[in-house]
Design a protein around this ligand. Structure first.
Ligand code: PMP
Length: 408
């Protein structure tokens, strides 16, 4: 018989544990820099104005009902998602070399991709996936759960608080041929450090040479720089180079649809005379995996995103909303750096403005993170990552002083 009592206690998810600790803290000055969710200048969740407009339209649409979506999701949504991530004039779309399934946000897309690779991706020697060190912690458990072995490639340089390009390059070069290389398309989580376009080109050439398989995780398109094409550049460059690859796309951050779980998985095959046949086969297998796991994806979030993506007016409004979010975060980076530099806080602070996206890797040690939590009621993950969106004009000064105090 199954002895459920023998199931070992698993550790609490560190990030969600941190959120709970923040909620329990009665101190009015407390600052939440833990979870990666956008907050407005009053530390409140922000419903994008364009999302409200889309919701109004959906509410008044007499043709909507609660029927199941197709297994691959809402067709208008997946088609618009392809265009968004690959570019409207992408040769891959024209040549019908892409297949896309709506997923349970970005997490579900990473999972579906990993599951597909676990089942169908064959290599001559050891089959390994490579994640940046550090990476979004969930990558490890998602790949482990589907039985894909992984290693890491160096990514963050503790000295410069920037990219360890030589380390990245050497590890990808030395990985067994045909390794799965997981890449953050932009706004790397947790470091906020991205390769430059020149570095991306070198990485792409190396991946090609080693016959590796690129797996892009894109959770921040438009949210990072405020510009959809800029944040989509790396993926579009790889596509231009004719790579076969897959993409996990999330709408949690750039639409503020966190809890609605809107996302998309794309598989793109290389240009070839039989590419269309290949992609149909891939699509047929993905459909079976999707059916066995979720049957069909949830409708609400995808309908909102689809309404916006397919309407030129709403799309423009969305781009403006993206500028609001990314702009506020950039202002906070500038403010924080300035305050630390003005106080003469020991260390260098240029990385705060050079890093991009939701997060900054401050360089604070775990000891300092725990001390700042205890002394100043500032909550950040133990690796020293702060969610920039948790800072605002009311608390950035308090936070800078808390950092200064814990460092001196
Ligand atoms: N990948 C990365 C790198 C992320 O940062 C996130 C969001 N934290 C995700 C994927 C997916 O998040 P979600 O499932 O909420 O879309």
């Amino acid at each position: 018989a199954f002895d459920a009592n023998a199931v070992p206690q698993a550790p609490e998810d560190p990030l969600f544990g941190l959120m709970a600790a923040f909620r329990r803290d009665p101190d009015p000055k407390k600052v939440d820099l833990g979870i990666g969710a956008y907050r407005d200048d009053n530390a409140k969740p922000w419903i994008l104005p364009v999302v409200k407009l889309a919701e109004d339209r959906l509410r008044n649409d007499p043709d909507l009902n609660h029927e199941y979506l197709p297994i691959a999701g809402l067709p208008e949504f997946t088609a618009a998602s392809q265009k968004l991530v690959l570019g409207g004039d992408s040769p891959a779309i024209k040549e019908k070399r892409v297949t896309s399934l709506q997923t349970i946000s970005g997490t579900g897309a990473v999972h579906l991709g990993a599951l597909f690779l676990a089942k169908f991706y064959k290599t001559k020697t050891e089959r390994l996936a490579y994640f940046s060190a550090p990476t979004w912690a969930n990558h490890f458990q998602i790949f482990a759960n589907v039985g894909l072995a992984y290693k890491t490639y160096p990514y963050f340089d503790k000295q410069t608080k920037g990219l360890d390009f030589d380390g990245t390059f050497a590890a990808i070069r030395d990985a067994p041929e045909g390794s799965i290389i997981v890449l953050h398309a932009c706004a790397h989580n947790p470091t906020g450090v991205d390769p430059t376009q020149e570095q991306w080109k070198k990485i792409a050439a190396l991946i090609r040479e080693k016959k590796h398989f690129p797996f892009f995780d894109t959770a921040y398109q438009g949210f990072a720089s405020g510009d959809l094409a800029t944040d989509g550049w790396a993926i579009r460059y790889f596509i231009e180079q004719g790579f076969e690859l897959c993409i996990a796309q999330s709408y949690a951050k750039n639409f503020g649809l966190y809890g609605e779980r809107a996302g998309c998985f794309h598989f793109v095959t290389s240009p070839a005379s039989d590419a269309e046949v290949t992609i149909k086969r891939v699509a047929s297998q993905l459909a079976i995996l999707q059916r066995s796991e979720i049957s069909n994806p949830p409708a609400y979030g995808a309908r909102i995103a689809s309404t916006v993506l397919n309407d030129p007016e709403l799309f423009k409004e969305w781009e403006a909303n993206l500028k609001t979010m990314s702009g506020r975060i950039k202002e906070m980076r500038t403010e924080l750096r300035k305050k630390l530099e003005d106080m003469g806080t020991p260390g260098t602070w240029n990385h705060i403005t050079e890093q991009i996206g939701m997060f900054s890797f401050t360089g604070l040690s775990e000891k300092q993170v725990l001390k700042i939590r205890e002394d100043s009621h500032v909550y950040m993950t133990n690796n020293g990552r702060i969610s920039m969106a948790g800072l605002n004009t009311h608390n950035v000064d308090y936070f800078a002083k808390a950092v200064d105090k814990v460092i001196r």
